[in-house]
Design a protein around this ligand. Structure first.
Ligand code: GAR
Length: 201
């Protein structure tokens, strides 16, 4: 079984979707720990309820991003994880961390990348006026939301959508696509060919 570590900054519903799939026996993995940069993240309660160890590394307590990331990197190494899942981790990771976990760190983003990277992707989609939106699970590289794409799902953008109604529709897809991507990783079925991810049958 693969050892899976998580980073989350907030609500943690994607984290929950993955640990539920693990508990249901759908993923040949074990959740080894959650790291959060936010001491008020609801993801902390979810981890405790599931018996998964939590490390709170409160970003606000560090003098700089560099010092924060030293602590984060040390905590990530401690987990001895095969895979890290960024499940609503709302900071851009520095190059040292990205390089160390290259090929074994994935992120869920609430847009059809390469459209609308960065923050408030669903608002960006509504404001732009696109008629389809969606979500992307991708491997993390040293750009912002630029890494090799593993899976995408699309949803319609409806006439009367606002940021919240669109985000809810996208989130429902996130909750199925992130556990699926984690499952494929744990089954050794993701093959990186250049910047393309091939899924082995
Ligand atoms: C999700 O919609 C996720 O795609 C997004 O934050 C939300 C977290 O929800 N992530 C990003 O925007 C990353 N830039 P959750 O905490 O309930 O999983």
């Amino acid at each position: 079984k693969k050892r899976i570590g998580f980073l989350a900054s907030g609500r943690g519903s994607n984290f929950q979707a993955v640990i539920d799939a693990i508990a249901a026996g759908e993923i040949p993995g074990i959740g080894v720990g959650l790291i959060t940069d936010n001491p008020r993240a609801y993801a902390i309660e979810r981890a405790r309820n599931a018996g998964i160890p939590v490390r709170v590394i409160d970003y606000a307590e560090f003098p700089s991003k560099a010092v924060y990331e030293e602590e984060l990197l040390a905590a990530m190494r401690d987990f001895q994880a095969d895979l890290f899942v960024l499940a609503g981790y709302m900071r851009i990771l520095g190059q040292e961390i990205v390089r160390e976990f290259s090929g074994r760190m994935m992120n869920i983003h609430p847009a059809l990348l390469p459209a609308f990277p960065g923050l408030h992707a669903q608002r960006q989609a509504v404001d732009y006026g696109v008629k389809v939106a969606g979500c992307t699970v991708h491997l993390v590289d040293d750009g912002t939301d630029t890494g090799p794409i593993i899976i995408q799902r699309c949803v319609p953008v409806l006439q009367d959508d606002d940021e919240t109604t669109l985000a809810d529709r996208i989130l429902a897809e996130e909750h199925s696509v992130l556990p699926l991507a984690v499952k494929l990783f744990c089954e050794d079925r993701l093959v990186l060919e250049g910047r393309r991810v091939r899924i082995r049958p």
